[in-house]
Design a protein around this ligand. Structure first.
Ligand code: F0G
Length: 361
């Protein structure tokens, strides 16, 4: 009804705290991708690029709210486990709030850009000789002992901020097409974003702003090497088992224990969505396809498009659908993955004739 602020804070009526700790997050683009839309073969395809947030991922939407609440509560130390993006966002928003931040990262499995951010924004960085899920176990222990305030997506205030992705997609899509999207496809790690989108839709339905039958189908995508949610969907929805060994080049979603599954699985099910796993090669192909249309994303983000391709090929997604794919993080988050997926630089001599000769070859 009444909108006041901008970006995330445009929706402050649906948020639990005032706009205090902010770096102008949200209001991200909803890009057209005509060639990819044609190739995939759907009625329409839009890319909601969350990499265009201040620290380059959707985590900023959660942190502007979560860190705001933490400052109000007067806690001393903020902490998270992270595959990288959460730590970058926590470091930046904690710094902005003038608070101490501690991040636990799986050693050797976090992309370079993300560590650089956490480092320069001044977080204390602990590299744990284990995977993300163990890092999260430890941070939960620290939080329950009163050593730190937890800002992973188990913190409900984080998810309140991330609901605004859903609000923005629905509002903008209807402005442009006169209707809501049929389906939203997103990468899944801890399934926090999936849970947040579902909560956004439920609140809109409860307020009368959205009809039940217009709720988009939530469709989650995981990497084949880290796909416990997909397994749970295939095994009848009710039980999810933690994967101890996970591996994928999409390190952001290298997660075996999706802690928000109890909130996210019912959302996927109730909206008529599904979950699908994609290979690292399919993720890289999708990353290239997006880059070819000028949209630079990190590998985990490209999983959404890879998943859509797969679901279109196997007929789960129909040609009449209007689809939005969420790309969660910026290309520069993982420069090594981008360089490996891209074209090789060529060596030439430092004079024009030599360059021309090389171009002719
Ligand atoms: N995409 C990116 C780029 C991410 O960084 C994450 C999660 C996800 C997707 C999955 O989102 O957990 O809500 O299902 N990154 C967390 C982190 C785990 O520590 O940065 P989810």
């Amino acid at each position: 009804e009444e909108f006041s602020g901008e970006g995330v804070w445009r929706y402050d009526a649906a948020l639990p705290v005032e706009r205090e700790v902010t770096i102008d997050e949200g209001a991200t683009p909803l890009y057209e991708v005509p060639r990819l839309e044609d190739e995939v073969g759907v009625e329409s395809l839009r890319i909601k690029h969350e990499g265009m947030n201040p620290t380059g991922s959707f985590k900023d939407r959660g942190m502007t709210v979560g860190v705001g609440v933490a400052r109000r509560l007067g806690v001393d130390r903020l902490a998270c486990a992270s595959t990288g993006n959460t730590s970058a966002a926590l470091a930046a928003y904690g710094g902005r709030a003038g608070m101490e931040t501690l991040v636990l990262l799986p050693a050797g499995k976090v992309a370079a850009g993300k560590i650089a951010q956490a480092s320069l924004h001044g977080a204390r960085i602990l590299e744990v000789d284990d995977n993300f899920d163990t890092c999260l176990d430890i941070v939960q222990d620290l939080a329950s002992r009163g050593e730190a305030y937890l800002l992973n997506s188990l913190n409900p205030f984080r998810l309140e901020g991330q609901k605004t992705i859903g609000f923005e997609i629905l509002e903008r899509h209807r402005e442009e097409y006169g209707e809501f999207p049929d389906r939203i496809v997103l990468p899944v790690g801890n399934a926090g974003n999936t849970a947040a989108l579902y909560k956004a839709f439920r609140e809109l339905v409860a307020s009368g702003a959205l009809d039940e039958e217009d709720v988009p189908k939530l469709t989650g995508v995981q990497a084949e090497g880290a796909a416990p949610m997909v397994e749970a969907v295939e095994n009848g929805w009710d039980e999810i088992e933690r994967w101890e060994d996970v591996e994928t080049r999409a390190t952001a979603i290298r997660i075996g224990n999706p802690v928000n599954a109890p909130k996210a699985l019912p959302g996927i099910r109730a909206t008529g969505g599904t979950a699908v796993a994609v290979s690292d090669a399919e993720i890289t192909d999708a990353q290239r396809a997006l880059a070819g249309e000028g949209i630079g994303v990190e590998p985990a983000s490209a999983a959404s498009v890879a998943g859509l391709r797969k679901l279109r090929e196997n007929g789960v997604v129909g040609s009449d659908e209007r689809v939005v794919c969420l790309t969660t993080g910026h290309l520069l988050k993982d420069p090594d993955a981008a360089a490996a997926a891209g074209v090789e630089p060529e060596s030439v001599p430092g004079e024009t004739e030599g360059v021309l000769k090389h171009l002719d070859e």
